[in-house]
Design a protein around this ligand. Structure first.
Ligand code: IDP
Length: 162
């Protein structure tokens, strides 16, 4: 793994999250970071990347036979994305729940997509589907030295561990 496991919280896991080009253009990078940080998760890597089509073909490999795939690659390569690694307990599943449904109009109010988007083809953010895909995606988008490992002051008990 790229990440050192957090000894204070053995259930901590990493996920890959990205603000897509439309989210960046709409000024939503700060809002999306803020939602995850307020949940209690920890940002351990972040950078702007204008992704190549090769990177996106790799990232979205399992969708390559879908009719929307060419449009998805055009959309995702249309400008910079803000790529991130987040860490914490159940961050993959809570992250997916926080982002919401693929189609923003079917995504509940309170989710990022439900609150901030209306179009399935412009749904502003991405989150890994499982710990396995998260580790693959982190290795695809980041080098080891771009991922920081640092402890938060968990002793004060603000971050619930069970
Ligand atoms: P997810 O992003 O919610 O995990 P996936 O099914 O993995 O959803 O699809 C990847 C991305 O492809 C979606 O976020 C969306 O941008 C795009 N996409 C999915 N389904 C459609 C569609 O029916 N039309 C246009 N774009 C789509």
């Amino acid at each position: 793994s790229l990440l050192n496991r957090n000894m204070a919280d053995p259930r901590a896991e990493p996920t890959f999250l990205a603000v897509k080009p439309d989210g960046v253009q709409r000024g939503l990078v700060g809002e999306i970071i803020s939602r995850f940080r307020k949940l209690g998760y920890q940002l351990v890597a972040g950078k702007f990347v204008w992704p190549s089509k090769d990177l996106l073909h790799d990232h979205y490999a399992e969708l390559s036979s879908k009719p929307f795939f060419p449009g998805l690659i055009e959309y995702m390569s249309s400008g910079p994305v803000f790529a991130m690694v987040w860490e914490g307990t159940d961050v993959v599943s809570v992250g997916r729940k926080t982002i919401g449904a693929t189609n923003p109009r079917k995504s509940p109010i309170g989710t990022i997509r439900g609150d901030l988007a209306i179009d399935v083809g412009r749904n502003i953010c991405y989150g890994s589907e499982s710990v396995g895909t998260a580790e693959r995606e982190i290795a695809l988008w980041f080098t080891t030295d771009e991922v920081a490992s640092y402890d938060l002051a968990r002793r004060i008990g603000f971050i619930k561990k069970n």
